[in-house]
Design a protein around this ligand. Structure first.
Ligand SMILES: Nc1ncnc2c1ncn2[C@@H]1O[C@H](COP(=O)(O)OP(=O)(O)O)[C@@H](O)[C@H]1O
Ligand SMILES: [Mg+2]
Length: 314
């Protein structure tokens, strides 16, 4: 069953078409990621899903609720961790959480219980009485996540929750999110870090220039590049007979499986370990001096590179 359905979503800011007709669905219990470089349109999509501003065109449903028509009703089902931190610095962690809990109509014993549970989940029980102003960026982000789950939402939506924080808090957040998902909460997570997305998410939508350019499981996305690894062989360019080198590579591989450019040979292969020694021997015999060899397993970075010709973090 779908918990979220997004159809032909569009957003323009004046002349700029920031989101250009994006459609996808998320099933109940899934962990879904929007992965894309800075400026791709991830936050704009998230802000429309959470009802912060309306789309220029398109439909969004959470369960059967039309978010565009009834944002308030939809917001009851979701927890949102925005990119910007919104906490009161002079209040303690517990007071901040209680403040947010009241916004969700929690009060009395239910509120106290929920705050206690959440402090435990975000690992800040022993810092509950300390003022937010004394917290690190990562700890503040954890309080933000706590605020988003006080009302036990079915769907937790997080927009780049680990940007700019220390590695320890980052790991804590990733583990917390994974656990919440294992306990049944549906997760939507945006990031430009492919490692996080590979660790957390069952299904991934790749966003670039306001468009969803690929969507599927990690395995399905790897299949789009034929599940091939990339071997990057650097050589000392001055001593190279390029014609001879290309001829040798053509003897070893079909044309679409290798590229030769400035000081660099790139070979795409499913099992690079099997061909490595023949390859190096062949290349060396042409008089080319190999200076380094790197093998990159097929990952989301290579999928993005294949689809756009650019790196995720350029
Ligand atoms: N409120 C706004 N007004 C004008 N342009 C905006 C606004 N919000 C975002 N944009 C532009 O829309 C594009 C997508 O931005 P955003 O959704 O924030 O990307 P991401 O979250 O993937 O980094 C960017 O070019 C950004 O500059
Ligand atoms: Mg963003």
């Amino acid at each position: 069953m779908n918990i979220l359905s997004v159809q032909d979503l569009r957003k323009s800011f004046g002349e700029l078409d920031a989101v250009k007709g994006v459609s996808f669905t998320v099933e109940k219990g899934e962990s879904f990621s929007l992965l894309g470089p800075n400026g791709a349109g991830k936050s704009t999509i998230i802000n429309m899903i959470t009802g912060l501003f309306p789309p220029t065109a398109g439909d969004i449903h959470i369960n059967d609720i039309n978010v565009v028509k009834k944002p308030k009703q939809a917001q009851k089902l979701i927890g949102v961790v925005p990119q910007e931190i919104a906490l009161y610095e002079t209040m303690s962690a517990r007071e901040n959480l209680k403040f947010w809990g009241r916004m969700y109509d929690l009060s009395g014993k239910a509120l106290e219980k929920s705050v206690d549970e959440v402090l435990e989940i975000i690992g800040l029980t022993d810092r509950a009485k300390d003022k937010i102003g004394t917290f690190s960026g990562g700890m503040k982000r954890r309080v933000n996540i706590g605020a988003a789950i006080l009302h036990h939402p079915q769907l937790l939506i997080m927009d780049e929750p680990t940007v700019g924080i220390d590695p320890q808090s980052r790991n804590h957040i990733l583990e917390t999110v994974k656990r919440l998902n294992q306990q049944g909460m549906t997760i939507i997570y945006t990031s430009h870090y492919m490692e996080e997305v590979e660790y957390l998410c069952e299904r991934i939508g790749i966003i670039d220039h306001g468009e969803l350019i690929a969507c599927g499981t990690l395995r399905e996305l790897r299949e789009t590049i034929g599940d091939r690894s990339r071997m990057i062989i650097l050589f000392n360019q001055q001593e190279v007979d390029l014609a001879k080198l290309t001829k040798t590579l053509s003897g070893l591989f079909v044309e679409k499986d290798f590229e030769v450019k400035d000081g660099e040979i790139i070979v795409f292969h499913k099992q690079p370990q099997l061909i490595l020694s023949d390859l190096i021997q062949g290349v060396t015999e042409t008089g080319t001096k190999v200076t380094s060899v790197e093998i990159v397993e097929p990952n989301l970075e290579s999928v993005f590179l294949h689809l756009t010709g650019r790196n995720l973090r350029d």
